[in-house]
Design a protein around this ligand. Structure first.
Ligand SMILES: [Cu+2]
Length: 152
């Protein structure tokens, strides 16, 4: 007499489990990474000045108004900042390193067209960011953005 029943799966059951597992793994990955979009506004600013994202998320800057771009001034890895974009070109960056990123529009940063990206809720390099030397107007905008970033 057989004491234990064998719990072997048939081929079709195996396939079913495989498909189900694949589906969950794929859908989990899709829902984990987000895309945040930021537009260039009519009033020479970014539509979202402080963006809080997770590691692996994407930020897309949409050239909705003319004459603007994205240039990174500071980030967690100062010798490996994300690339600068061309004026009026769509720009897309995936952020792999946690920390605070400061960027601005090359022709308008001095006028205060700047933005912050906070990756992974990590403020370890905030001191360096807040000490970054910019024009009077840009520095004042930066102080406001840092206040907003801390509030979130
Ligand atoms: Cu601009």
């Amino acid at each position: 007499m057989e004491k234990f029943k064998k719990h072997q799966l048939t081929k079709s059951q195996c396939l079913y489990v495989f498909i189900l597992t694949t589906f969950f793994v794929v859908s989990a990955n899709v829902s984990l990474s987000k895309i945040v979009t930021i537009e260039y506004t009519e009033s020479d600013s970014y539509s979202l000045e402080v963006a809080s994202i997770d590691v692996g998320d994407t930020v897309k800057w949409i050239p909705k108004n003319e004459g603007h771009n994205v240039e990174f001034f500071a980030g967690p890895k100062m010798n490996n900042l994300p690339p600068k974009s061309e004026i009026d070109k769509l720009h897309s960056i995936v952020f792999h390193d946690a920390g605070v990123y400061l960027y601005g529009c090359t022709p308008h940063a001095d006028m205060g067209m700047i933005g912050l990206i906070i990756v992974g809720g990590d403020f370890h390099n905030l001191e360096k960011i807040s000490n970054f030397r910019m024009s009077r107007v840009a520095s004042s905008v930066l102080r406001r953005l840092i206040k907003n970033a801390k509030r979130n």
